[in-house]
Design a protein around this ligand. Sequence first.
Ligand SMILES: Cc1ncc(COP(=O)(O)O)c(C=O)c1O
Length: 408
Amino acid sequence: MNINAIREQFPILHQEINGHPLVYLDSAASSQKPRSVIDAVNRYYELDNANVHRGVHTLGSRATDAFEGARAKVAAFLNAETPEQIIFTRGTTTALNLVASSYARAVCGEGDEIVITPMEHHSNLIPWQQVAKATGATLKYIPLQPDGTISIDDVESTITPNTKVVSITHVSNVLGVVNPIKEIAAIAHRNGAVIVVDGAQSTPHKRVDVRDLNVDFYAFSGHKMCAPTGIGALYGKKALLNKMEPIEFGGEMIDFVDLYESTWKEIPYRFEGGTPIIAGAVGLGAAIDFLESIGMDEIDRHEKKLTAYAYDKLSTIEGIEIYGPKTDRVGLLTFNLGDVHPHDVATVLDSKGIAVRAGHHCCQPLMRWLNVSATARASFYLYNTEDEIDRLADALIQTKEFFGHGIE
Ligand SMILES: Cc1ncc(COP(=O)(O)O)c(C=O)c1O
């Protein structure tokens, strides 16, 4: 992987912030966009823009081809059986809410269980709380091991024949933990439950094969994998999607409308009410082309090397605590520097041109489990380098010296 050639393709990276070359270490929140994605969106607006699935005119059919072409690219990227199993959404949050509101509310009732973990992002926690409240189902948690991983024994004992839905993140946005989705899917299915996967932090970094994992639903966001904001997708097994009712009603999703009754289109359209996010989908298609041109396995390898380097380098800083397992993690490090507040850490780093995240990372229950109110997080992507990790480590040492009183 030629990292310099890759960096050349990201215009935003070549600027100074507060008098220093930008070091962008916040890709887990949102990744930067390569020139090819920016150009694809511009080209769409300059040449092809029109509404989809409607007019018979040339621009309408070009826009429809571009939109449906992007759906086919997403299907191939996830190794889905067919493109109609890909529903475009605003992102992971909307995709998970669709499964919770349409599928889970219909199948859950008193005495049923929904199983999640304490490491879930609020997007994969609150929708299930709401389903439990509305249906009388019980929300259960697979406990975490001291290093933040989950054990298969705990998965076996938490999921029971009363479980209707297991929903779990593939990769934790705080701990970097990679969950054993294939094994959990097998346990869920043995108990008659479906498995829903939050893929927000996996699809940008790893090859995801929904058929090999044998998952029922898989949700992800484009903006974390080089695509524009406002676009993501939900993959679902055909038999399940075909049984689900839409949750948004209006144009594009109907078959026949009468004064008092209406019928819906087939999947995926019945879940895409209103004018869809056409330019976003075009950008997502271009992002997939870009990532595939480098290779997901190459990206994974680069980030594993970088994360191991960062773990070793940052662990030598006195007073730092890094959360999550040392190995088998995806490209991010969440940490605290003594009792220096993570917002202070992020502010000092920003003054040196280094962008990291500070806060609860939309994981308040996990923060309580870690016994902290907030952390700092440096997250890496295909464009980050070991030099940037060195700059982060040097800046953290200076931060520690600046707030010296906070470090034992
Ligand atoms: C693990 C995880 N799940 C869900 C989300 C929500 O993604 P979005 O805000 O794109 O819907 C995020 C975003 O940070 C995430 O990291």
